[in-house]
Design a protein around this ligand. Structure first.
Ligand SMILES: *Cc1c(COP(=O)(O)O)cnc(C)c1O
Ligand SMILES: [Zn+2]
Length: 501
């Protein structure tokens, strides 16, 4: 719809006019730094940074009611820069000129309700939000769209070309980074570091297809991360890991969409997501907090972070109820089917600690919980979800297993409604489905496929037949007729079909 076709009262608000004044702030020493440079860690103390808009309070000049209308009307607008996560421009990075925003189709992923069978199984109504329907098939595109838009802006402003973007990845960050970098032509080349043999075939194919330099390193993700950090400390590169706080801002869009899709009524919602490097849970909480501060929502949803028994440092940290006694201890990970969350020393833990505190304080009650699930439950849940019409990846299975655990533990009541983050598309994690169906898991996963959930193709090749069609050599006449009849009748037998009279 064209601007002049919108109601007159809303027109002045459709194209953003808010000018943010963004700064990095260190989470340990509170030092602030200007955004005239791309920073990843605090130059003073080395801790992680967050980005804040010092003009955020100006947004309160518009009422919560009007903000809702603005976002809802923007749904009908065809402005290219605001078709994706930047529909919520003022809440994300209101320092990037609209013409420097990179849009590859990210965001606004579907929210699909569970059918009755699934609801009964979990004892609660819930939805999947399919973030696998982003361009590189994971939620990482939300953050990458923001980070790359800023880098694009930064490069144009400073007349820089040939930057090298680099990241370590459990698979999806690199796929996303490579995709966005490829779009930016000469501005940005990308190199990705992956733990050798620890990403799926599809995740390896993605950066290769986007033309990135792909480097495989022995070890697990945590080892890759150390190498990449050393490179970023000593050489001129743009780091695209979640140390890059621009990514966190983009990932907040997940919360804005949930709010908008439920008509801004989220007080009875329980948002469930897998926790790896903990950037996503940071962003989701921080997104809902911003909506509260602007009166766009009146209640904060409950947040459930889920970790596998094989990579659960955040769960362990919060097991201690007394904040004064909590101690951060990284863990050594074991193989996990939730491979994208298989991280023992999450980069964003200082962010999580800070934002969880703020989240709970805002409502004067505990609204954030971390639960732990078994590998077996993750895998069973993914398979069961997909047998009920979803497209969950293993991490989506982890979300579902997490909601079930939260209901069992009484953290979530039956009157609440779950919104599960399926963080990637199931097609990216096919190898785990395959291992399940073929019962080929290495023993260290501790997964025994449930017989009733396994599936395999059946070859139909009737023993009575001598001749079969082959590519380029079709059968003729009577041979063909016999082939069709025998094969059809064997299939009818297999399927127990009733003959027509
Ligand atoms: C990155 C990723 C996660 C973990 O998110 P964090 O922000 O690292 O906690 C979960 N699932 C998928 C599919 C991912 O790609
Ligand atoms: Zn610092």
């Amino acid at each position: 719809m064209k601007i002049e076709q919108f109601p007159e009262a809303i027109r002045p608000y459709l194209i953003p006019t808010h000018a943010g004044r963004m700064e990095y702030q260190c989470l340990r020493c509170d030092h602030v730094f200007e955004i005239d440079n791309i920073l990843y860690t605090c130059p003073e103390c080395g801790s992680v940074l967050m980005l804040y808009d010092r003009n955020f309070d100006h947004l309160n000049g518009i009422s919560g009611e009007l903000w809702k209308k603005i976002f809802d009307y923007r749904r009908m607008m065809n402005h290219p820069a605001m078709k994706g996560i930047f529909r919520y421009y003022e809440l994300i990075a209101p320092v990037i000129p609209l013409e420097h925003i990179v849009y590859l189709g990210e965001g606004h992923t579907p929210i699909v309700q569970a059918n009755n069978r699934l609801k009964e199984m979990l004892g609660i109504d819930f939805y999947f939000k399919n973030d696998g329907m982003n361009p590189s098939a994971s939620f990482k595109d939300r953050g990458m769209a923001c980070a790359l838009s800023f880098i694009n802006h930064f490069a144009i402003q400073n007349k820089i070309k040939d930057m090298l973007a680099i990241c370590a990845s459990t698979g999806d960050t690199s796929a996303s980074a490579a995709l966005y970098a490829a779009y930016l032509e000469d501005l940005l080349k990308s190199a990705v570091l992956l733990p050798h043999g620890k990403v799926t075939e599809q995740q390896l194919a993605q950066p290769l297809g986007s033309g990135a330099k792909v480097l495989e390193i022995p070890g697990v993700f945590d080892d890759c991360m150390k190498v990449v950090e050393s490179i970023a400390d000593n050489y001129h590169v743009a780091l695209l890991n979640s140390k890059n706080s621009w990514r966190i801002l983009g990932q907040e869009s997940f919360s804005y969409e949930i709010a908008q899709d439920f008509d801004y009524e989220v007080g009875n919602k329980v948002v469930v997501l897998p926790v790896g490097n903990a950037g996503n849970i940071t962003a989701v909480m921080s997104g809902f907090l911003k909506l509260m501060k602007l009166g766009i929502i009146n209640h904060l949803p409950k947040i459930i972070g889920v970790q596998s028994e094989h990579a659960d440092p955040v769960y362990r940290y919060y097991l201690e109820e007394d904040p004064a006694k909590r101690k951060w201890v990284p863990v050594t990970v074991k193989p996990s089917v939730a491979q994208a969350a298989m991280i023992g020393n999450p980069v964003s833990i200082p962010r999580v600690i800070k934002v969880v505190r703020e989240y709970n304080r805002m409502t004067d009650q505990k609204r954030v919980f971390i639960v732990q699930v078994m590998e077996q439950e993750i895998m069973d849940s993914m398979i069961i979800a997909n047998r009920n019409g979803h497209i969950a990846c293993t991490q989506g299975g982890e979300s579902m297993a997490g909601l079930k655990r939260a209901v069992q533990k009484g953290i979530v009541g039956k009157e609440e409604i779950g919104v599960l983050d399926s963080t990637a598309h199931m097609l990216k994690f096919l190898s785990f489905q395959e291992m399940y169906f073929q019962d080929r898991f290495d023993p260290e996963f501790h997964i025994n496929p449930r017989e009733d959930l396994r599936n395999a193709p059946a070859l139909v090749k009737p023993a009575a037949l001598k001749k079969f069609p082959e590519p380029g050599k079709p059968l003729q006449g009577e041979d063909m007729e016999r082939f069709v009849q025998e094969t059809a009748s064997e299939i009818a037998n297999l399927l127990g079909l009733q003959k027509k009279r």
